[in-house]
Ligand binder design. Structure first.
Ligand code: AMP
Ligand code: MG
Length: 270
């Protein structure tokens, strides 16, 4: 396991304290130039590994991205998945449940979005919203959301046992960094469209979100579906860390090109 991955893994079974992690930290790489060079190598290698995943067509990969507003979920998807074959990648963004989603259990829409064999799925938000925003705003009673950690663990274990390789990323920024990014959205005309009053409102619940993330990550980081806490104040490090972990996880799957379906040595055609 690379140093970066080892340092960022939320150890299964261990209580997580975000106050012990520096969101501006760069564990395993303290030089920006090196970090960028390594990130570029990672995304090159990811392209090859994704080709194998697609060719093999027997297993799927799922990367879950969570983070507070302005945490960098969109930017990470763009930076880390760039260069992959779009035919083999599918991004799903989970919003406030609407329509049919509201008429089912909370995992229904998530299960439907699990990538099929050969595909890499990226979740921009996920079923974890149902123990995050839902908990912070008391949209369902504690008796209901508190049972969900175990349900989520069982659900992810079932997926893992059936061929879905799961990894989960929490993009961790500081409250000051969020302020900076909101200000940028207010002041830069090209980013004005991203500004949302609702995000500002959510900022008032910072401590509640912190507690909710700590519990979700602490209870749901498992060997078959690990959580990684990514210090995300510095975008170059965030991109390096996520690309490194995705690359390594793909590498571990030990994928092979399928054997040709015919004896290719004596095929003739005009
Ligand atoms: P954005 O990612 O900025 O487009 O915002 C999506 C919004 O949907 C966020 O405010 C999420 O908290 C919210 N959301 C996503 N999933 C759920 C859910 N299961 N229940 C309530 N709100 C959700
Ligand atoms: Mg938002």
């Amino acid at each position: 396991m690379s140093k970066i991955r080892e340092k960022l893994l939320a150890e299964p079974g261990k209580i997580l304290k975000l106050s012990e992690i520096d969101p501006s930290g760069t564990p395993g790489c303290d030089n920006k130039e090196d970090g960028i060079a390594r990130y570029l190598k990672n995304i090159d290698r990811m392209r090859v590994l994704q080709y194998l995943l697609y060719a093999e067509g027997k297993r799927a990969v799922l990367a879950v991205l969570q983070g507070i507003d302005a945490g960098g979920k969109d930017g990470t998807i763009q930076k880390v998945m760039t260069g992959l074959n779009p035919q083999g990648v599918q991004v799903t963004s989970f919003k406030v449940p609407a329509g049919e989603e509201k008429e089912h259990d909370y995992l229904w829409r998530v299960h439907k979005a699990i990538p099929k064999w050969g595909q890499m799925g990226i979740f921009n938000r996920s079923h974890y919203e149902d123990v995050l925003v839902v908990r912070v705003h008391n949209t369902v009673p504690k008796a209901v959301w508190s049972k969900r950690y175990e349900q989520i663990n069982s659900f992810e274990e079932m997926l893992a046992d059936n061929g879905v390789k799961i990894m989960k990323f929490f993009l961790y920024i500081s409250k000051e960094e969020q302020k900076k990014r909101f200000e940028e959205r207010l002041n830069n005309p090209e980013k004005n469209w991203k500004f949302s009053k609702a995000d500002l409102e959510e900022r008032n619940y910072w401590d509640d979100y912190t507690a909710a993330f700590e519990e979700a990550i602490g209870k749901c980081s498992k060997k078959h579906a690990p959580w990684y806490v990514i210090p995300a104040n510095r975008k170059w490090y965030r991109d390096l860390a996520v690309s490194e972990i995705v690359k390594e996880t793909l590498e571990e799957m030990d994928m092979k090109l399928p054997k040709p379906t015919a004896d290719l040595s004596n095929i003739q055609f005009e």
